[in-house]
Design a protein around this ligand. Structure first.
Ligand SMILES: Nc1ncnc2c1ncn2[C@@H]1O[C@H](COP(=O)(O)OP(=O)(O)OP(=O)(O)O)[C@@H](O)[C@H]1O
Ligand SMILES: [Mg+2]
Length: 441
């Protein structure tokens, strides 16, 4: 194998591993409960092949944001170290996931004059350069970090929904550019924590973008689907349709809130509550739960030192009441993003919280939509320990890095000489685009 033969010199994942055109892709998911690292080799044709993985528990984040630099840095270092040792090489730069920090998505329309000639690559480049300039000049985005700016569908002389405009004659060429932004300080802090662990951040990728790549099929993405990623501290809701991400929302509530509720309700330690949740917990109730008793370990400060027994139904009631709160917020976010009607029926749950027994059934009832569980797929050699729903974003980052894409936040197209027209990004554009896609389905 080309990589195994390399000495542990510093390697940039962007490097080509000649002669087979292989590339290293390294990913880091810095989450509220854990930091996970993955190293894979991608050749552009076959599924990426995992050569190293590492995980380390981390409590340096609050609700998806770095709150303790030293703890985060230590966990990043340990997770990547484990992955590097397994891969037998050192990584220089990584793709990193962001699931909070004021993520926002928008559509920036841009248009240029073609004067009736056949559209060529140069015209598309001019259009995209104009789009980039327009986004950079947008006052509403000032002070925010642009994570992604991906061209979506083109419009030729008012005919919209064109995937590839090259070769057509037209007077005017337009495109909607999908822009995902985040507050700048959280991005800087995440970048700093990773850099302190001696890794360069190649890109910060929004959570909804990463996870969707590992758990959704192309057809689902086309027809309309919402991904609800329940992390420990944050739940992200990402709406897809027409093959692209149409909307993104982050709810500051997650599976760690269930643990906290259990600890408070039964006066036990968080670690005991976590065990109760994963071992006996569920989001669906059955009459048997009234008769099945479970043991609650005492707090260290409890002088009696005796554990108590409660009906499993009590544990499940606590879990269900938090799940109810969470899915109310999810339903509201879906509504605000225009996820209705025939294109708004399918929901995929992922993130560690989706591993809670019965949560898909619960969500199906609470959201009145079809709900399935999404675990990451599409990589060769993904270790069992990283194949649960908690690793959807991590695996998605590898897919992200393995596929070539046009992202104006990264690849500046050639400068433009033609004047661009079109309003600045508008919040209402999303609903319109989603509506437009729905009517095409
Ligand atoms: N089998 C299970 N049953 C219930 N909850 C589970 C199970 N497995 C994992 N979880 C929960 O999933 C959460 C961790 O999920 P995940 O790893 O996706 O979060 P994270 O990425 O660290 O956090 P975030 O994305 O919010 O920053 C924990 O709260 C954990 O208790
Ligand atoms: Mg996460």
């Amino acid at each position: 194998m080309a990589v195994a033969a390399l000495s542990p010199a510093k390697l940039n994942p962007g490097n080509l591993l000649k002669p087979r055109g292989e590339r290293l892709v390294a990913a880091l998911d810095v989450g509220t409960s854990k930091v996970a690292a993955l190293i894979a080799i991608a050749d552009g044709e076959n599924p990426p092949r995992v050569i190293g993985a590492g995980v380390r528990a981390c409590n340096g984040l609050r609700r998806g944001l770095v709150a303790d630099m030293a703890r985060t840095e230590t966990a990043v270092r340990a997770a990547m170290d484990q992955a590097e040792r397994a891969a037998g090489l050192e990584i220089e730069s990584v793709l990193v996931n962001l699931s909070a920090g004021g993520l926002d998505s928008d559509v920036a329309p841009v248009e240029i004059d073609i004067a009736g000639h056949r559209i060529e690559d140069a015209d598309v480049a001019t259009l995209l350069a104009a789009g980039r300039a327009r986004i950079e000049a947008n006052d509403r985005l000032k002070g925010r970090t642009i994570l992604h700016a991906e061209p979506t569908l083109y419009t030729i002389d008012g005919v919209d929904g064109v995937t590839n405009p090259r070769g057509f004659h037209a007077n005017r060429l337009a495109v909607d550019i999908h822009v995902i932004t985040a507050d700048t300080p959280p991005c800087r802090n995440l970048d700093l924590a990773v850099r302190n662990a001696h890794l360069n951040v190649e890109s910060i990728v929004a959570a909804g973008v990463a996870s969707s790549l590992s758990i959704l099929g192309q057809e689902e993405r086309e027809l309309g689907v919402a991904v609800v990623e329940i992390g420990a501290g944050v739940t992200t809701v990402a709406v897809h349709g027409g093959g692209m991400l149409l909307g993104l929302a982050a709810i500051p509530m997650g599976a760690a809130d269930i643990t906290a509720d259990i600890a408070t309700n039964f006066a036990c330690a968080r670690s005991a509550a976590e065990r109760l949740k994963t071992l006996h917990g569920a989001a669906t109730a059955s009459p048997r739960d009234n008769h099945e008793m479970i043991e609650i370990p005492p707090l260290e400060t409890d002088d009696s030192g005796e554990s108590r027994r409660v009906a499993k139904a009590e544990l499940i009631a606590v879990i269900r009441s938090r799940a109810d709160l969470l899915f109310r917020e999810v339903a509201q976010a879906l509504g605000e993003m225009g996820f209705h009607g025939s294109a708004g029926r399918q929901v995929v749950l992922t993130g560690g919280g989706a591993e809670l027994r019965g949560v898909a059934d619960f969500a199906q009832g609470a959201l009145a939509r079809n709900v399935r569980l999404g675990r990451p797929r599409g990589l060769i050699g993904l270790p069992e320990a990283q194949s649960g729903a908690a690793f959807a974003a991590l695996v998605g980052l590898i897919h992200y890095g393995a596929t070539s894409r046009i992202d104006l936040a990264r690849t500046p197209p050639r400068a433009s000489s033609r004047a661009a027209r079109g309003p600045e990004t508008q919040p209402g554009r999303f609903a319109r685009l989603f509506q437009q896609l729905k009517t095409q389905i």
